[in-house]
Design a protein around this ligand. Sequence first.
Ligand code: ASP
Length: 485
Amino acid sequence: MKLHNLIFIGMVAGAVGGWLLWRVDHLAHEAGTPVPAYHAHVLWWLDLFGPTMFMGALKMIIAPLILASIVAGVTSLPNMHELGAIGWKTMAYYMTTTTIAVVIGLVAVLVIRPGEKAVAQKIRGPYEEQQVEVRAAYEQATGKEALQASGDPEPDYIRTLIAERSENTRGEEAERFARLAAAGERTPGDIFKQDIIEQLLMNPFQSLAERNSLGIIFFALLLGIACTVVGPVAQPLVSFFHALNGVIMQVTHWLMAISPFAITCIMAKLVAENGPDIFQTLGWYCGTVISGIGVHVVILLVICAVVGGVGPIRLWRGLSEALLIAFTTRSSAATLPITIENVTENLGTSRKVANFSLPLGATMNMDGTALYEGIAVIFLIQIFGGLDDVLIEMTPMTTFLIFVTAVLASIGAAAVPDAGLVTMVLVATAVRLPIYYIPIIFAVDAFLDMFRTTTNVLGDSIGAIVVSRLERGRLGENDAAAVSA
Ligand code: ASP
C-alpha cells in the first residue's frame, strides 16, 4: 500500500483511538469515579512513540539538514546571478501569497463576524460582570469616577481592571500566559534587535544547537556564497555538504517508513487530551479560519497549475505524505525533510531551487499562520469590543495595522506547534488588545494549527515548484530535464 494511504489510515485510527480514550476520561469525570489507571499509561506510550521519538528524530535532523541543504543548493547553482534570480523570485512569491492570505483572512472574519454570534458572545458575559464589579470597587475605594466625562476610562481604573483580569487568566494556563506577557513587554525595536539581528548573527554552532533556523540559514548562505567565490580550494567543503545532504535524505526515508505508526500515536494523544467539547463556543471561529484557508488553498492550487505547471491531482499524489505529516505534527520544520523529499523526488522540482527555498520557506513563509493571525485578533475584538479595556474601533487604519502586523507575525513565527499563538501578541499589542484575552482561543489552537501548518507547507512547496519552473531555462542540464518531466 502507498505510504500516504497508510499515513491517512494511521491518522483516522489515531483519531478514533484518541476519542475512545477521551471518552473514558470524560465518563469517569461525569460519574465522579477515578479515571482507570491504564489511561495514563496509554497516554505515556503514545507520547513516547509519537511526539518524543518520531518528532524528536525529525527535530534531530532539521538543523544539519537546513545547513547542508542550503550550502548544497547555493554551491550547485551555475553562478551568483542565478542565486539572485532564484532569491528574488522566491521572495516575491512569498510576499504575494502571504499578502493574499492575510487579505482573505480579514475579509472572512469581517464578513462572517464569528465573534458576534450568540455562542461567542456568551464568552463575553463573565468579563462584563467582572468589569462591573471592579468598576464599583474602584469607585468606592477611591471616590473617583471610573469613566471620565469623555467616556474614556480613568487610567488608574484601567490598570486595576487589567491587573484583575491578568490575575484571573493565570492558573492552569500560567506558563503560556507568562510567555505571552513577556512577549508583550518588548518594544518593536527590541523585537527587531533580539529576534532578527541577534538571531542572524548567532554563532553557527549555537544556532545549530538551539535550532535557530534564521541563524543557520544566514550562515549557510554566507558559507555557500563564500565557497563559490573561493572556487576550487573550497571543493572539499562543498563535497562534504553535498554528501551530508544526501545522507540526511536517507535518514528521512527511514523515518518516513515508520511515520504511519508515529502519526497514529500523535493523533491519538492529541484527540485524547482535547476531546470534541471545545468546538461548542468556538465553532464559528474555527469555521472562519478553515473557510479562509480553503479559499487560499484554491488560489495556491491555481498558481501551481498555471505558473508551476503542476495540476492539483499530480500535486496531491506527489506531496500527500508531507501534507499529512504537517497536519499531524503541526510543525513545518519537523516536516521539512519530508517536504524536500516529496518536492524533489515526486514532483521533479529542481533540487537547486528546493534545497535553497524550502528551508527558507519553512522558516519565513507561513500563509496559514498569516491568515489566522488577523482572524484571531479581530474575532477577539468582535467579542470584547466596547469593554472598558477594549476600546478598539474597527476603522480602516486598525484593519491596516492588523494586516501589516499579521504579515510580520507570520514571518517571525517559528515553524513549531503553537508558534502562531505566541507571535499573535505582536498583532494584539499593535491595536491595544490586552493579551489576557488571547488564552480564550487556546482551546482550539492545536486543531487550527493542523490546518495552518498544512497550508504553510503547501505554500512553501508550491513556491519551490513555481520558481523551479520559471528558472528552468537557466538551471543545469539535469535540473532542466527534471523540471519538465
Ligand atoms: N505550527 C505552524 C508551523 O509550524 C506555525 C504556527 O503555529 O502557525 O508552520
